[in-house]
Design a protein around this ligand. Structure first.
Ligand SMILES: Nc1ncnc2c1ncn2[C@@H]1O[C@H](COP(=O)(O)OP(=O)(O)OP(=O)(O)O)[C@@H](O)[C@H]1O
Ligand SMILES: [Mg+2]
Length: 225
């Protein structure tokens, strides 16, 4: 079975899909045989993955991986079967977990790491804090990561301290950068572009997440656009 990394938060728009769109290429660039799993009924990651397949036809330099659309209510067993033979599964959870909580918790319990992205606002913290506590109390290996945040703001520092009391916190805060969604129209992301300003942020998150999920570092192949 592959290692399983799940991006899951009870708050919509926290950055789950954006992290998947960057960490999937970064993992594949390092030579991990990686599968993306899209539990969002809107299939944002799936549609992006299909556009990527079309782009890849003319671009042998880009890292490749499959994205599997799946229904959180019925498909977890089939997803696990499909993932056999891969090194790594990266799961994009749906925006709201309330109507399918048992299924979401089952997937989280099977994960080597659940990453909970959060924007640095009080509204986000109101949802993210209890979710981190709940997962940690279940014995799930969990990590918070702050997204779209400015380290220099006093509130961001206070939030980091609060999250760090509840669960492990990724030491790298991802900045709010307009090129975080660079290339999405072609199924690409900042991770595919060495000139992207946000690529180093996502690369640092990947380094943290990979280690926390127990994946040994692979040789960095530098396979970027
Ligand atoms: N670091 C960032 N800098 C700038 N924009 C960002 C950043 N991270 C995410 N975004 C933007 O924020 C929006 C929400 O991000 P995203 O879709 O990844 O969140 P999500 O958690 O998957 O949302 P949902 O819960 O609806 O699935 C998107 O428009 C995305 O491009
Ligand atoms: Mg999403």
């Amino acid at each position: 079975m592959p290692r399983i990394i799940v991006f899951c938060s009870p708050k919509g728009g926290s950055g789950k899909t954006t992290f998947c769109q960057n960490l999937l290429p970064l993992a594949a660039q390092e030579g991990f045989n990686t599968l993306g799993v899209d539990f969002d009924p809107q299939q944002t990651l799936t549609k992006w993955g299909r556009r990527r397949l079309a782009t890849l036809e003319g671009r042998a330099d880009l890292a490749a991986f499959d994205v599997l659309p799946a229904d959180i209510l019925n498909d977890w067993h089939a997803v696990q079967q499909a993932a056999q033979g891969h090194d790594l599964m990266i799961v994009d959870m749906l925006p709201s977990v309330d109507h399918c909580l048992p299924q979401v918790l089952e997937v989280c319990s099977a994960a080597d790491l659940v990453v909970v992205p959060s924007q640095a606002t009080m509204n986000d913290a109101d949802s993210t804090g209890p979710w981190l506590t709940r997962l940690a109390e279940m014995g799930v290996r969990v990590a918070a990561v702050l997204n779209r945040a400015n380290e220099r703001e006093v509130f961001v520092r206070a939030l980091k301290e609060q999250f760090n009391r509840l669960a492990p916190l990724c030491p790298v805060t991802v900045r709010s950068l307009s090129d975080a969604h660079l290339g999405h129209v072609d199924g690409l992301s900042a991770a595919d572009n060495p000139r992207s300003k946000s690529r180093p942020d996502f690369l640092a998150v990947w380094d943290y997440v990979r280690r926390e999920a127990g994946l040994a570092p692979a040789r960095r192949r530098g396979k970027v656009a």
